[in-house]
Design a protein around this ligand. Structure first.
Ligand SMILES: O=C(O)CCC(=O)C(=O)O
Ligand SMILES: [Fe+2]
Length: 448
């Protein structure tokens, strides 16, 4: 195959599979028992059997709820044009449901991850109960990142009769709709609906048309941070195909002829704060991102996670980019055209910081020939998304916390080529593609 065919074959295999898993699950009647604190100050509690709740039971539960807030730029906001739902927090209710006991941990990991990553341990931490009455909804948002081990959210829809209230997920140009209303209405046995999704994926609850949609939500966290199962694992058929395509590109000397980085923009975002090391996520990657890493491990490639920072010079047409090994922010406005900003990123990045260039980048004039030679070329395989240099603000989340924000990373594979350097081709440095892979770079370039 030609270099371009090898490159395109690899690109086509870096697929993002649906970022969620869903289904229904029969449960024993005790799992659908619920006790909750009633509204008022008399310490009274009520009991409801959710296998067959009467309309009065459901009304009483709805009446015990508080209006649900959501997070907007770090503050709890009550805005019923954005979210209308009732909520009870864990201290206010006790549910008999144990999602691990009904096997949801395995179903979730098996559905969201490939190969033996599907056997990872996951902790499901109860977050809240929501009651969506007629006309209730929650507009598009991402779930607030709590800490670096949190990767997803689990919503369990309990069997109270309702119509509407589908959950819609969106990622890139794709959209998925999950609605259990019909399935739960028509089953004989006690049954719940479940949907687990990566919490950086935008989602929305459509308006409930009638009845009450009662849900329990959980935060999903990796519970085995030191347990890297990927070293030993058998690969899935898709991973195996990806592995061969990856090997073909790495072995093709006309791709990155002078060496450099193959760069895969990850398809998920991760909870980060200033100073978070990218290696924090080596064993905490989600879905298709985890697949990429497993393939790199199985090929023993020299891979790492990196943050891509890029800045167009305010004067002239040059561009500077770095791959850093940790998140930095508050360095001042991008475009400050001082070399110090970049040195600062690399300094804060400490261990692995590299100046890099995309194949078509023009470098600023002030970089001399020696400097240009030390700048490695990166070849993007999937879209590399940039993080802003300044503080990132989450606009809409489901909680007010702003301790962590979502950041983008890339998985980069260092490719070294032995033999005489082809850096001669860089004589026109700063005005041309870095040698050799211009056709591929142009085809593959998708800058955020
Ligand atoms: O109820 C659902 O399906 C999703 C709820 C949700 O997105 C949230 O509470 O953050
Ligand atoms: Fe949410």
């Amino acid at each position: 195959m030609s270099a371009n065919e090898n490159y395109q074959a690899l690109k086509a295999l870096v697929l993002s599979k649906p970022p969620y898993v869903s289904g229904t699950c029969t449960v024993s009647p005790e799992q659908l028992v619920l006790f909750y604190k009633t509204a008022g100050h008399d310490n009274a509690a009520r009991y409801v059997d959710l296998t067959k709740p009467s309309p009065e039971d459901v009304e009483a539960l709805a009446a015990a709820c508080h209006p649900a807030m959501f997070g907007c730029n770090g503050e709890d906001v009550l805005d019923e044009t954005y979210r209308r739902a009732g909520v009870l927090l864990p201290g206010d209710f006790v549910s008999g449901l144990n999602p691990a006991e009904v096997g949801l941990g395995h179903a979730i990991c098996g559905g969201l991850f490939e190969g033996s990553d599907g056997a990872r341990q996951v902790r499901m931490k109860l977050d809240k109960m929501n009651v969506y009455g007629e006309g209730a909804f929650f507009k598009a948002h991402k779930d607030t990142p709590r800490d670096t081990a949190m990767f997803g959210s689990l919503v369990i829809v309990l069997p109270a009769p309702h119509v509407g209230g589908a959950l819609v997920l969106r990622q890139g140009d794709d959209e998925w709709k999950v609605d259990f209303a019909e399935a739960l209405r028509t089953v004989e046995q006690p049954t719940i609906g479940y949907i687990a999704f990566f919490s950086d994926v935008e989602h929305e609850v459509l308006p409930v048309e009638s009845g009450k949609r009662i849900t329990l939500t959980y935060n999903l966290c990796f519970d085995d941070k030191d347990n890297d199962t990927s070293q030993l694992a058998a690969l899935s058929p898709h991973e195996d195909e990806l592995k061969h395509a990856m090997q073909a590109v790495v072995d093709d000397r006309s791709i990155l002829p002078e060496g450099g980085y193959l760069c895969f923009g990850l398809c998920h975002q991760y909870p980060v704060k200033e100073g978070t090391k990218t290696s924090t996520f080596d064993n905490r990657l989600k879905g298709a991102d985890a697949t990429l890493k497993r393939v790199c491990v199985s090929l023993r490639l020299n891979w790492r996670l990196a943050v891509f920072y890029r800045c167009k010079m305010m004067w002239g047409s040059g561009v500077r980019s770095v791959l850093a090994d940790r998140f930095v922010k508050d360095l001042g406005e991008c475009g400050e055209e001082t070399r110090d900003v970049w040195e600062e990123i690399l300094r804060r990045s400490r261990t692995h910081g590299d100046y890099v260039r995309l194949p078509r980048d023009k470098l600023p004039r002030y970089i001399d020939e020696e400097g240009r030679k030390s700048i490695k070329t990166i070849l993007p395989v999937s879209e590399i998304k940039e993080n802003k240099l300044t503080t990132q603000y989450m606009v809409y989340g489901n909680q007010a916390e702003l301790d962590h924000v979502y950041g983008w990373m890339a998985l980069v594979i260092e490719v070294t080529r032995e033999g005489p350097s082809a850096s001669e081709s860089d004589k026109q440095a700063g005005t041309e593609s870095a040698g050799g892979q211009r056709d591929i770079g142009e085809a593959g370039m998708e800058q955020a």
